[in-house]
Design a protein around this ligand. Structure first.
Ligand code: SF4
Length: 324
């Protein structure tokens, strides 16, 4: 049996811009423009890039929270790209999401018991009679006390709320959890606690994470493999350690050069990118990074580089590596 939980093939998501008296589509925001990757069971695949690069849209398309414009999403061997709502509802428990903001993602009027128990009862995973017992087990699993069960979200700190969000995501026994900037709103010390918790839960339950973040150091800590996104495209994919030690794409190199090094004796030369990220409405011809790349050549503005494997499980989309 295949180990692949999710396969994304040539995913495209355009958001139309309407204008004129007839509200016709006058342009498209090309948020995601031909993204492909896969995730194995029990793996964390990190998706990193500046805000606006399309990584959150990829996460939402994978869960079918937004409809893809083109491409395919295959979940455990089943093509879910055009699956009807009724069928999709059956699969929903197996695909969950943890959002960035643990404050706004919990309903302030519900108790923790209802917040965590609601989905598993709705999907028939446990009966309403057994829900309390299961919620208590989940609270313990995420490092909270079962005494918290009748409290409300406002009685918890940010880190505790994110633990509640994790318990809620786990309540339906998912195969895949999309963690969308799941630790970005937390203090650094709390971030590391939540990352450790996610890791432990993965080892115990074998769940797969799509971990989306703009912070490369966070993504590197938790991910087995990382995809780097720029302006709607994945420009590099590699094992986490390999990407960090041997970045190939000029954009990845610039991202890594900006990560602080914990050793004061070691200094990394920071690569400062010039110019702004171009508009996703009208991205550059050829390579999308051409307007900011310190190594750009004539071919870069003419032909779009494709992702090619240039080392073991190391893929890059850049004309500098054409002959490897
Ligand atoms: Fe730079 Fe050209 Fe490589 Fe794009 S293809 S990253 S412009 S060298």
């Amino acid at each position: 049996m295949s180990n692949v939980v999710i396969e994304v093939k040539d995913l495209v998501k355009y958001f139309p811009i309407k204008g004129g008296i007839f509200q016709k589509t006058i342009a498209n925001v090309k948020a995601v423009d031909g993204v492909s990757f896969h995730m194995n069971k029990g793996e964390t695949f990190g998706l990193v890039g500046e805000s606006g690069c399309g990584k959150t849209t990829v996460g939402r398309c994978v869960l079918r929270l937004v409809e893809p414009t083109k491409g395919k999403i295959i979940f455990k061997g089943t093509d879910i790209t055009n699956m009807k709502d009724k069928e999709l509802r059956r699969l929903r428990p197996k695909m969950q999401i943890i959002f960035q903001d643990p404050y706004s993602s919990l309903n302030p009027r519900l108790t923790i018991k209802d917040i965590i128990g609601e989905a598993m009862v709705y999907h028939g995973i446990v009966s309403s009679r057994d829900a309390t017992k299961r919620v208590k087990e989940l609270l313990q699993l995420v490092g909270l006390s079962e005494e918290h069960i009748n409290r409300y979200p406002h009685e918890f700190s940010g880190g505790q709320r994110q633990r509640i969000c994790i318990a809620r995501a786990l309540s339906t026994e998912p195969d895949l959890i999309v963690c969308d900037e799941a630790v970005s709103a937390l203090d650094v010390s709390i971030q590391s606690q939540i990352l450790k918790l996610l890791e432990e839960l993965q080892q115990r339950l074998g769940v797969t994470y799509l971990f989306i973040s703009h912070a490369l150091n966070v993504v590197k800590y938790i991910s087995h493999r990382i995809g780097v996104m720029y302006l709607g495209k994945i420009v590099e994919i590699a094992q986490s350690e390999e990407l960090y030690l041997n970045p190939l794409h000029p954009y990845t190199k610039a991202l890594i050069s900006a990560v602080p090094v914990p050793n004061p004796k070691l200094r990394r030369q920071k690569i400062i990118l010039v110019g702004d990220v171009p508009s996703p409405i009208n991205p550059p011809q050829g390579c999308r990074f051409v307007t900011r790349c310190p190594y750009s050549m004539k071919i870069c503005g003419e032909i779009e580089p494709q992702l090619r494997e240039v080392g073991t499980e190391h893929w890059v989309a850049c004309h500098l590596y054409l002959n490897q």
